[in-house]
Ligand binder design. Structure first.
Ligand code: ZN
Length: 200
């Protein structure tokens, strides 16, 4: 069980700090909670920090009781946060690739578990069939992520990136560029979010 850290007065954060339950931003001087878990498998294993505001003190089960539920929740919030920051289709492809790889690993994991049960009993059981179904769901999710990366992303904007432009030069063009790029980023976000929502 990870140790729960209680910070009575948050210091000025390097990056924005938000409660991962309600999304509230935690400002300097406020109380908050955090803990870290190990998530992922094999080489993908890493330590993952979770932050909660003072209204959402975590229950012990949220911290360690059911790792797959916890990991699922953390993956979703992590991927969604990354999706909201996407600047280009290349970034979106990379994120979708990461999601697809994760799905593949989960699929293999469920298949191995099913095979072990089958080998043990010498035939299929209710459990092995259930694991086969899970593997199938991960396979479908993998296809969804791969397809979105391949053909589900919006066309590159016609206007130049407003970050590269001087608004004074041509205010009208700048405004059009800003609108188009905002829409582009929104579509990138939606494309990834639509995939995440289908996670088994
Ligand atoms: Zn909260």
């Amino acid at each position: 069980m990870p140790k729960l850290n209680i910070v009575e007065k948050a210091r000025t954060p390097k990056n924005e700090r938000r409660c991962q339950r309600c999304g509230k931003e935690i400002f300097a001087g406020e109380k908050y909670y955090w803990w870290s878990n190990r998530v992922g498998f094999g080489k993908q294993m890493k330590s993952k920090k979770t932050v909660r505001c003072e209204n959402h003190k975590p229950e012990s089960w949220e911290m360690s009781g059911n790792p797959s539920v916890l990991e699922r929740e953390e993956n979703i919030s992590d991927w969604s946060a990354q999706a909201a920051e996407l600047e280009s289709a290349e970034d979106a492809k990379e994120l979708l690739g990461e999601i697809a790889t994760y799905a593949e690993e989960r699929q293999q994991e469920e298949e191995e578990k099913a095979d072990n049960i089958r080998d043990g009993f010498g035939h299929d059981t209710f459990q092995s069939e259930e694991l086969d179904e899970k593997a199938q769901a991960w396979d479908e999710f993998h296809t969804l992520a791969a397809d979105a990366a391949e053909s589900g992303l919006p066309a590159y904007p016609v206007f130049e990136d407003p970050d590269e432009l001087d608004a004074e030069d041509d205010p009208e063009y700048f405004q059009d560029a800003e609108e188009e790029w905002e829409e582009y980023r929104e579509l990138l976000y939606q494309a990834v979010e639509n995939v995440i929502e289908e996670m088994p």
